[in-house]
Write a protein that binds this ligand. Structure first.
Ligand code: PPE
Length: 304
């Protein structure tokens, strides 16, 4: 989806003009995928813009850095403050936020430890990740022939830039096969997640989602949806699932910061159908929550 340019980008502590936010071609991370990043959304609420679960995202950025021995030179609080400053400077009401900490220019070679750690945060207006139509009526997905990275290959729990080569291959395969998105299986053959989304299904009124050991990224939206669904009175079970379980699901949906809650209407030609009642109810509540309209979840909204 095209990036809509705004005025400023935060780079290493300063707000620089959008067109000047440049890096050297010998940046370590460009060659070796040695960066860690986040995706966060800010929504328009009755009390002005609010960033959804900002602190948790910045904490995960730090945690991802830790996996790669990157000591990010800005604290979680400093990154939160910088994000809000950036949103204000750009006059944004609703936006997607992309913080990244990366090994910069300095040395070449696989030992990253002598390259500097640069940090930047960008924000721009970003609509529905898989289209408005998909958000409303559901998307078509394909179980990928590419396996999701496993814990002893690249820790799926870290949001490292290089790890997304796996997601890109799965995404490309699904596009070339005429689908909107992919679902990857883990190294054991159980269902894991999408290239940039967590997965949920509904069967006989119960909600199921793959557990942490199924090589997923522990999504912050996934966590929010589990809490919201349980508060709505649904049973949510984290369990291993097979491909057959997916094909026989009553309802299915993806969750993630970018994708928000997007229903799935078909998997590998098996019809799931229009978004079902449980999907619609949780999606509606989720949109209320992120837009700051439910007092119960106000602590998830970081007002600018
Ligand atoms: N799994 C993966 C692999 C993933 O990348 C994401 C986020 C999720 C699950 C959901 O996590 P959370 O956002 O915390 O609920 N993917 C980000 C990047 C997407 C992109 O295309 O870039 C996102 O949604 O911002």
């Amino acid at each position: 989806m095209p990036i809509q340019a705004v005025k400023k980008i935060w780079m290493n502590g300063e707000l620089v003009d959008w067109d000047d936010a440049k890096i050297h071609v010998l940046t370590h991370s460009l060659h070796y995928g040695s960066g860690v990043f986040e995706g966060i959304r800010c929504y328009k609420t009755g009390r002005g813009p609010a960033v959804f679960r900002l602190k948790e995202h910045m904490q995960r950025l730090h945690d991802s850095g830790k996996v790669y021995f990157m000591d990010i030179p800005y604290s979680v609080d400093e990154l939160c403050t910088a994000t809000k400053e950036l949103i204000r400077a750009n006059g944004l009401e609703e936006c997607y936020i992309r913080p990244i900490a990366y090994r910069g220019y300095g040395e070449m070679g696989l030992n990253p430890l002598n390259s500097p750690i640069d940090v930047s945060i960008a924000a721009w207006p970003w609509g529905a990740y898989l289209g408005e139509e998909g958000l409303r009526n559901g998307i078509r997905v394909k179980v990928s022939s590419f396996q999701r990275i496993s814990p002893n290959i690249l820790p799926p729990t870290a949001k490292n830039t290089g790890q997304y080569a796996n997601s890109i291959l799965a995404k490309l395969e699904s596009i070339h096969a005429g689908y909107d998105e992919a679902i990857l299986m883990d190294y054991r053959g159980f269902i894991s997640e999408g290239p940039g989304e967590n997965l949920f299904i509904v069967k006989d009124g119960i909600i199921y989602t793959p557990p942490e050991h199924a090589s997923i990224l522990k999504g912050i939206t996934r966590d929010s949806i589990i809490v919201i669904a349980r508060d709505l009175g649904y049973e949510v079970v984290e369990t291993d699932m097979t491909r057959g379980t997916l094909y026989l699901a009553d309802e299915a949906f993806f969750t993630g910061t970018a994708v928000e809650l997007t229903p799935i209407r078909e998997i590998d030609g098996y019809r799931i159908g229009r978004p079902g009642p449980i999907t619609r109810k949780i999606q509606a509540k989720f949109f209320e929550v992120i837009k700051g309209r439910d007092e119960r979840y106000k602590n998830w909204c970081d007002f600018i």
